[in-house]
Design a protein around this ligand. Structure first.
Ligand SMILES: *Cc1c(COP(=O)(O)O)cnc(C)c1O
Length: 358
């Protein structure tokens, strides 16, 4: 049984800041936050005081360990208002499992699954007027756990805050494709590192390579492995898929890759449809060869924000390869539609992925 979370409601909602009826109004991505947030604190060896409060700034000590040594992990998932008016959260249990593994990697104390799911249910319910209903739009949910203890010793903190905020977001899928640059110099993560954890530090490390490749005219970095800069790992903050000779390939999870919920969903859908999917090592030179012999049919990224991001071209050293005439391929489009249909309740939720919020 769920116990209701103590709630301090906002005096008057800010929801009229967003104009969902106006087609020219751009929600952006994380540009605005809904009325409320969830919070819970860890001290004296236990998580305590779960509560929902108005969204707004809170005070932490300048000595808070998260600010100094980066003990911070986060998640990203979405709630949707379906065609039937029902509210659905996509696979929050998978985000909880990953948050747990991220916490463990960064020596952050974990809490139980029910606490996480109840917090999301309650927060989405109280701010349901913030959930956009147009296809492709969603209420993005951002849970975060940070070390708040004030101390300068390098050791796991003894105090933390877990909080969740939500933000109405636009559709990402524009009908276009992204241009990638295979990164031979910088690495996102290395064996034994924290590549599989969704942590702030991994994002900080990706900013310089990302902006350098953007200056050269590429949208995203195609990350290669940290040892040889040869095996494909991820694209920007998404997982990557290739379709070669009718078969779908994606890098296998071996600690340096973030195990995406969208990645897992794509694999499940394809297997269910009888499409061959292989999780394996992918040599960037083999991608080049597949392009040269005409067997590289499609490439696309997969992640919560974009769902599916078709790849139009990849720069590999001095060679630019163009995939599917730089148009979104049929498989990428099919997967996008399929996942969005499931998320909006427009088709049968055959895998049981949606958590319905009454
Ligand atoms: C979050 C993230 C992904 C995508 O994961 P989803 O659960 O599908 O959103 C992929 N790569 C990195 C580095 C990420 O941080």
């Amino acid at each position: 049984m769920t116990v209701s979370i103590p709630t301090q409601r906002i005096a008057s909602s800010r929801v009229d800041e967003i104009d969902l009826e106006n087609p020219d109004f751009d929600l952006g991505f994380g540009d605005m936050f809904s009325d409320h947030m969830f919070q819970m604190d860890y001290s004296d060896g236990a998580w305590r005081d779960p509560r929902i409060v108005p969204y707004g700034p809170f005070a932490i000590e300048p000595g808070a360990l998260c600010l100094h040594y980066g003990q911070a992990v986060f998640e990203g998932l979405k709630a949707f208002r379906g065609e039937d008016g029902m509210i659905r959260v996509f696979r929050p249990d998978r985000n909880f499992s990953r948050l747990e593994r991220s916490c463990q990697r960064l020596c952050i104390p974990t809490f139980d699954r029910e606490t996480f799911l109840d917090a999301i249910d309650s927060l989405v319910r109280i701010d349901r007027n913030w959930i956009p209903s147009k296809r492709g739009q969603a209420l993005y949910i951002r849970p975060l756990v940070v070390a708040t203890e004030s101390n300068l010793n390098v050791r796991p903190a003894r105090e933390y805050r877990f909080f969740i905020m939500t933000s109405p977001v636009r559709e990402y899928f524009t009908g276009g494709t992204v241009a990638l640059k295979a990164e031979r110099r910088y690495t996102r993560s290395a064996p034994g590192g924290m590549g599989y954890a969704k942590t702030a530090g991994n994002y900080a490390a990706s900013l310089l390579p990302g902006s350098e490749s953007q200056q050269l005219g590429h949208d995203q970095v195609l990350w290669l492995d940290g040892l040889e800069h040869r095996y494909v790992e991820e694209v920007g903050q998404m997982n990557i898929f290739f379709k070669i000779d009718g078969k779908v390939l994606t890098p296998d999870l071996h600690g340096t890759i973030l195990p995406g919920v969208t990645r897992e969903s794509v694999i499940d859908i394809l297997r269910d449809e009888g499409v061959a999917v292989e999780e394996c090592r992918i040599d960037i030179n083999d991608i080049l060869k597949a392009h040269e012999n005409g067997s590289l049919e499609e490439a696309f990224g997969a992640g919560t924000a974009a769902v599916i991001a078709p790849v139009g071209c990849i720069r590999i050293d001095d060679t630019d390869i163009t995939i599917n005439h730089a148009e979104p391929g049929p498989l990428a489009q099919h997967l996008y539609q399929r996942i969005v249909d499931i998320q909006r309740g427009a088709c049968d939720d055959q895998f049981g992925w949606n958590r319905l919020i009454e």
